[in-house]
Write a protein that binds this ligand. Structure first.
Ligand code: CO
Length: 227
């Protein structure tokens, strides 16, 4: 059901403003042919079980790489899938997903070859984005003893992609949104994944977190009435 990106000779089609609108019409037609009731059902409401926090990179669309459909995944994307406590956009998405949609899983999915992570490893100025990417430099500082031992640049960047995801999962677990959900006895799993642009495969980084037992005391949030 994906829009065609190549012609019959396998040459890339030019993507333009107009071609997107035509692509939409084609998609609606194909979708209705397969299921005339598709949009009636989808417009009735959403109950996705998953929140996805991923990179804005055009090559990592949550639905396509997980073989899922509209309605399956609630999505938040930013450059280099950074999870920062002061990001009202991310916190609003997280709060709505956890407390209104009641998702049972939050996945932070990074990807190897991430330009944002690569930029954060260097010293070049890129403008406003440097402020955002500095969060990844902080992650580098936290793990420099491990990262500096990796002499191969590509491998070091891949490790930082993974550590950026792991810090993201940890940062999610520190939020009052997540900890209050756990306190209320609700199931909520936080997961860290890394996607390979080269193979199309996702690696589970095995950092799944379902309670705050692992957390240092300073991050644990008490019940509101006990504060
Ligand atoms: Co990226």
């Amino acid at each position: 059901m994906c829009a065609k990106t190549t012609d019959i000779n396998n040459k890339p089609l030019h993507i333009s403003y107009e071609s997107l609108l035509q692509g939409n019409k084609d998609w609606v037609q194909e979708t209705l042919q397969a299921d005339p009731d598709y949009f009636n059902k989808l417009s009735a409401g959403q109950k996705p079980p998953i929140l996805w926090i991923g990179c804005s990179d055009s090559r990592v669309p949550a639905n396509q790489i997980t073989n899922t459909n509209p309605g399956d995944i609630f999505v938040h994307r930013n450059i280099a899938n950074v999870v920062v406590h002061t990001d009202m956009n991310m916190l609003s998405v997280l709060d709505y997903a956890v407390n209104v949609l009641e998702v049972e899983h939050v996945i932070v999915c990074g990807h190897y070859g991430c330009g944002g992570v690569e930029a954060a490893m260097g010293n070049k100025q890129f403008g406003i984005i440097d402020n955002w990417l500095r969060n990844i430099k902080d992650t580098y500082r936290l793990h420099y003893h491990e990262l500096d031992l990796i002499s191969d640049h590509k491998k070091r960047a891949e490790k930082l992609v993974e550590l950026n995801v792991i810090e993201g999962v940890f940062n999610l677990s520190k939020t009052s949104i997540v900890q209050n959900r756990w306190k209320n006895g609700k199931k909520l799993g936080l997961h860290g994944w890394a996607y390979s642009l080269e193979t199309g495969l996702i690696k589970d980084l095995n950092v799944t977190c379902e309670n705050n037992s692992h957390m240092s005391a300073v991050f644990k949030i008490a019940d509101i009435d006990k504060v």
